[in-house]
Structure formats: C-alpha cells, structure tokens
Ligand binder design. Structure first.
Ligand SMILES: [Zn+2]
Length: 124
C-alpha cells in the first residue's frame, strides 16, 4: 500500500501536471534524468522531456516543489555538446511562472498557468 503523501505527484498520464509525472522514488526505469543519460553517453532526443519527477523540497524556509525532467531512454541520441543558445531554448520553455517570475524547473501545468506553489497559495 502506498501512502497518500507518496502518491501526491503520481500522474503517469499527465492529466494533472501537463506531462507524465512521478514521485521521485517511483520513476519507471526507462525514464532518466539528463545526468543519468549523460552517464551513458546519451542526450535527449528532439522530443525533449517526456516526463518529470516532483518532490517537496526539504530546505529550511517556505516549502517549495522541486522538479527534474525525465527523458525516455528509447528516444535518446548519442551525446553532443549543444550551443548555449540551443540549451536555453530547450530548458526555458514555459517553466518561468508568470506570478512569482521564478524558473521553477518543471513545465507549468496548463490548467493552472502558474507554478504549483503559487497555485497552492491562491487556493489557501
Ligand atoms: Zn509561481
């Protein structure tokens, strides 16, 4: 049995968060972070991130949702060094919250239009 806290970020179909989303400890084995891809001499394919892992940050101060992009290893390509401009294009798309202006590191859920922290504050 999985607890409610661990299933909060469980959204394999992406209906809640815009793209398939998993809690950090329940990521399927074919989805890798950039770091894990690079360790295998691979880079993401043109599809970009297929999914993300979310978790609650444990740093002192107001709690924030932390995120990391996940890439399907089956679409990965051999590693190559992208130009700085291309790197920016890939990673900045719709990740900056219009409310708090923070690049939150995950794709903003389309139905919210803001980051998860701003959405929670608005709901409270
Ligand atoms: Zn925000």
């Amino acid at each position: 049995m999985v607890s409610r806290i661990r299933t909060r970020f469980w959204d394999p179909s992406g209906t809640r968060y815009g793209i398939p989303t998993y809690p950090r400890h329940l990521v399927p084995p074919h989805l890798l972070t950039l770091h894990q891809l690079a360790a295998q001499g691979l880079r993401p394919g043109p599809q970009g991130a297929q999914a993300q892992a979310l978790w609650r940050g444990r740093r002192p101060g107001p709690p924030r949702v932390r995120a990391i992009s996940l890439y399907d290893v089956r679409f990965a390509l051999p590693k190559r060094t992208p130009s700085p401009r291309r790197r920016t294009d890939i990673f900045k798309t719709s990740r900056t919250c219009p409310e708090c202006l923070i690049d939150v590191g995950y794709v903003l859920p389309r139905h919210l239009g803001v980051c998860l922290d701003c959405a929670e504050e608005a709901a409270a």
